[in-house]
Design a protein around this ligand. Structure first.
Ligand SMILES: *Cc1c(COP(=O)(O)O)cnc(C)c1O
Length: 408
């Protein structure tokens, strides 16, 4: 009798463990089907076998470094933005560091950088030898505040710095205030380097970014509007001397006439041929993807404008919507993240800590006026919702409903 009881007990336990396992598996399946923040696999599917064929062609061709796809891509990218030259490179960070290195900066050179951005915007300024001078941003576009820029230029002079240049960041897919920033740069004899890592394809006054300042840098990190399947970046310029120097810097400071007698210290800064081939395939559908992003942003704007502060795009500007970022009221964010997570909706927080509050910049940077109230405000209030060209209407409606429910 006792043996029988044990047997039943064991079978029951076995049955229960199988049941638990099945439950777990179905949960995992649910997870797999949940909404993507940026759906790169949907994009890959839309491209059919184009990517696979392009990669296979590179594999079979054997030119893995600086193969023909690299120069073909550079030519097409330059055409796309309307710049004279394009130099592809290993990352968006290298795309900033190489033109900054070209300038031969020192610690007394103040470079004005908004503090509400990814660290690479200021990291590269410091690595190139200059002092990042942090400035504030605007509440509506999240881009640098020209008033804060003016104040910083005056303050830097008083502190004995040489105001050298502006690192103009085009955040979340939208160009910063090009007219105003260009005007200030001209007045104070400052150069502009445009960090368009998040904004390749964006437009200001009907023109594509790529010609503001002495150079424009972009990134092809997978999650950026035009992304590859690894790291990659590019620099755009109309300046032939800079173009030649960037090509040297990209390959260890190579001398173009004598390959084995280097003229300067440089980088391992090349874009892989495989990544160039992938980008060539993706560039073909990129204009259509930008259009789709407009429709999705418009739908979000209309549905959410009454429950939160929706992003503002300037007149005659076109955002490529690298992020769709809303601003919430005090205390709303944690609760919203919790509710959306429970509903299977991913969110991201760009940026929870502004650069001037990071340990990395202690002692090597300046902050105009000692504090940046808007950067501090936004870092506790913003949240980004899923945004990519393949976000279908039903999924977007689900996201909208959950956000509205949570913020009601
Ligand atoms: C992503 C990003 C970079 C750096 O690009 P990587 O390709 O990741 O090196 C630079 N600046 C901004 C604003 C970015 O968002």
């Amino acid at each position: 009798m006792k043996q029988l009881a044990t047997l039943i007990e064991c079978s029951l336990l076995w049955f229960l463990s199988i049941f638990e396992l099945l439950k777990k598996q179905s949960k995992n399946k649910e997870k797999k089907m949940s909404i993507a923040f940026i759906d790169l696999l949907a994009q890959k599917k839309a491209l059919g076998d184009k990517i696979d064929n392009a990669v296979q062609k590179v594999l079979d061709g054997g030119h893995y470094i600086m193969g023909p796809e690299v120069s073909e891509l550079e030519q097409k990218l330059a055409e796309f933005v309307g710049s004279k030259y394009c130099v592809s490179c290993a990352s968006g960070t290298d795309a900033l560091l190489m033109p900054l290195t070209h300038l031969k900066l020192n610690k007394k050179d103040a470079v004005f950088v908004p503090a509400f951005t990814f660290t690479a915007s200021a990291e590269t300024v410091a690595q190139a030898g200059a002092t990042p001078y942090f400035i504030d941003v605007l509440k509506d576009t999240y881009n640098l505040d020209p008033k804060s820029l003016r104040a910083a230029i005056a303050e830097a002079k008083e502190k004995g710095y040489h105001p050298a240049g502006i690192l103009m960041v085009d955040i979340f897919g939208q160009a910063a205030d090009v007219d105003e920033i260009t005007k200030i740069a001209e007045e104070h004899n400052l150069w502009i380097l445009d960090d368009a890592a998040q904004s390749f394809g964006a437009e200001y006054n009907g023109k594509r970014l790529g010609k503001v300042g002495f150079a424009t840098s972009t990134s092809f990190f997978p999650a950026k509007p035009l992304g590859c399947y690894g790291d990659g970046g590019a620099i755009f310029t109309d300046d032939e001397a800079l173009f030649e120097d960037l090509k040297s810097l990209r390959v260890h400071g190579q001398n173009k006439d004598d390959k084995y007698n280097n003229i300067q210290l440089g980088f391992t800064g090349r874009l892989d041929t495989i990544q160039a081939a992938i980008l060539l395939a993706k560039l073909e559908i990129f204009p259509d993807e930008i259009k789709k992003r407009q429709e999705i942003a418009k739908r979000y704007n209309e549905a959410l404008k009454d429950v939160c502060q929706v992003p503002v795009v300037k007149d005659d500007y076109l955002s490529v919507w690298a992020q769709y970022t809303i601003t919430l009221k005090e205390g709303e964010r944690d609760e919203l993240i919790k509710k959306l997570t429970a509903a299977g909706i991913p969110t991201a927080c760009y940026y929870p800590i502004p650069l001037h509050k990071m340990k990395a910049y202690e002692g090597i940077s300046e902050v105009v006026g000692g504090e940046l109230p808007v950067c501090d405000f936004l870092s506790t209030r913003v949240i980004s919702l899923p945004m990519h060209p393949y976000l279908d209407e039903a999924t977007q409606n689900l996201i909208i409903d959950e956000v509205k429910k949570a913020l009601a």
